[in-house]
Ligand binder design. Structure first.
Ligand SMILES: [Zn+2]
Length: 407
């Protein structure tokens, strides 16, 4: 997506390019598409704005799905694109735009495009861009540096993107990304928060990464894993269940329940303790019913995460147990972030991050209460867990805003 934004984060012009996943690894095609997108925006702006003197193009901001060096203007590691070596994207883009006939012809009343410099092209990870937009134009809009000195945002999608944004203390009202020493800060999704047999393997090579357990796709992963665990229990005559422990667990329908293991949840299903409306009720599922469930196993995807949430709303027992396990993992990871960074607020984006179910009370506890229960006394109830107020354009708006913030 390409946008032209003003300083208030309002989109003046936008366009969506036909970008197919199989194009990702072809650097020339991706860069060509980037140049074309900028040209389309310039033509749209030039043909729509009558008073060219009122329009000044300050530069170009680019959000990329991976690690960048914003000082050198290079992408360093874009695993989803297969770009594993450093690419001097800002320089390539600058040279291409300076050669562009379209940029020369439609100059929007500014000399910028006659001699675009690398400093006019700003680049950051796309998740960090979305977070910048959320701080300036979304939930964080209007919050002063005193009210919100440290702003944290996570996007719950296929993985977990994020950023930490600090308010400038110079009274300017500006915000800056906490970049870390090599611009890698904010990869919250790959902090390990689970180990042992409960840990899901991660694409990064580790096990138990936060994003495998608590992204939107992680919810679908919990659902599938619980079904598989229940099926293994059913299929293995030698499987042993501690029936009294399961019965005790299933009867503890109060807020004292802080951790549900997958084995325990699977045992609940097999032994007939299934939750209804967030509370456990003895309602046995038959082998046939479990087998029907097994047929519903499907790829780990954002669409299937939505399916699980819909099943939770219908009090589906397997989905509800998966949901409780998911909430425990999400709250553990969020509590870890609070211990690491002591943020004023954590904003959750992505479709799941904005769903009201995430903030509702389940088994007597809200997400906020689950998080607070796992934080140290000094930081407990200090950090609010809230939903993003921005839509799918946040990343593009944040990328454009980089030019204001950093050029
Ligand atoms: Zn990982």
């Amino acid at each position: 997506m390409a946008v032209v934004c003003d300083r208030c984060g309002d989109i003046l012009f936008s366009s969506n390019s036909a970008f197919m996943p199989d194009m990702r690894s072809d650097k020339d095609r991706v860069i060509g598409l980037l140049v074309k997108s900028v040209e389309v925006m310039i033509v749209k702006a030039s043909s729509s704005i009558t008073d060219k003197d009122e329009f000044e193009l300050l530069g170009v901001g680019v959000g990329v799905p991976g690690n960048v060096d914003p000082i050198k203007g290079t992408t360093r590691y874009l695993p989803n694109f297969g770009w594993l070596d450093e690419v001097p994207l800002s320089r390539i883009l600058k040279d291409a735009l300076n050669r562009s006939d379209v940029c020369r012809e439609y100059n929007c009343g500014t000399n910028l495009l006659k001699n675009l410099e690398t400093k006019n092209i700003q680049m950051r990870n796309d998740g960090r861009c979305a977070a910048l937009a959320e701080r300036s134009f979304g939930y964080g809009k209007g919050l002063s540096s005193e009210e919100c000195p440290v702003f944290c945002m996570l996007t719950l999608g296929t993985g977990i993107g994020g950023a930490l944004i600090c308010s400038k203390q110079d009274g300017s009202g500006g915000n800056i990304l906490f970049d870390g020493c090599t611009y890698d800060a904010g990869d919250f999704g790959h902090h390990v928060m689970c180990s042992g047999e409960e840990a899901f393997p991660c694409v990064c090579g580790k096990r138990g990464c936060f994003e495998q357990h608590a992204s939107a796709a992680g919810l679908a992963r919990h659902y599938n894993s619980l079904l598989e665990a229940a099926y293994i229990h059913l299929s293995n005559d030698s499987a042993h269940y501690d029936q009294s422990a399961v019965a005790e667990f299933a009867s503890s329908t109060t807020g004292s329940l802080h951790k549900i293991t997958r084995k325990m949840a699977a045992s609940c299903i097999v032994l007939g303790y299934t939750p209804e409306g967030g509370r456990f009720k003895k309602a046995p599922l038959t082998r046939e019913e479990i087998e029907v469930y097994m047929q519903s196993l499907s790829p780990i995807s954002l669409d299937n995460a939505k399916v699980v949430v819909d099943l939770v709303k219908d009090d589906d027992p397997v989905a509800t147990l998966s949901w409780l396990a998911y909430l425990e993992d999400l709250s553990t990871g969020l509590a870890n972030l609070i211990s690491f960074y002591n943020p004023s607020v954590i904003v959750l984006g992505g479709g799941l991050g904005k769903s009201k179910e995430l903030y509702a009370e389940w088994m007597g506890l809200t997400l906020q209460q689950r998080v607070d229960a796992k934080t140290l006394p000094a930081t407990r109830k200090v950090c609010s867990i809230v939903a993003s107020t921005m839509g799918g354009t946040a990343g593009a708006i944040g990328a454009a805003n980089l030019v204001h913030a950093y050029a």
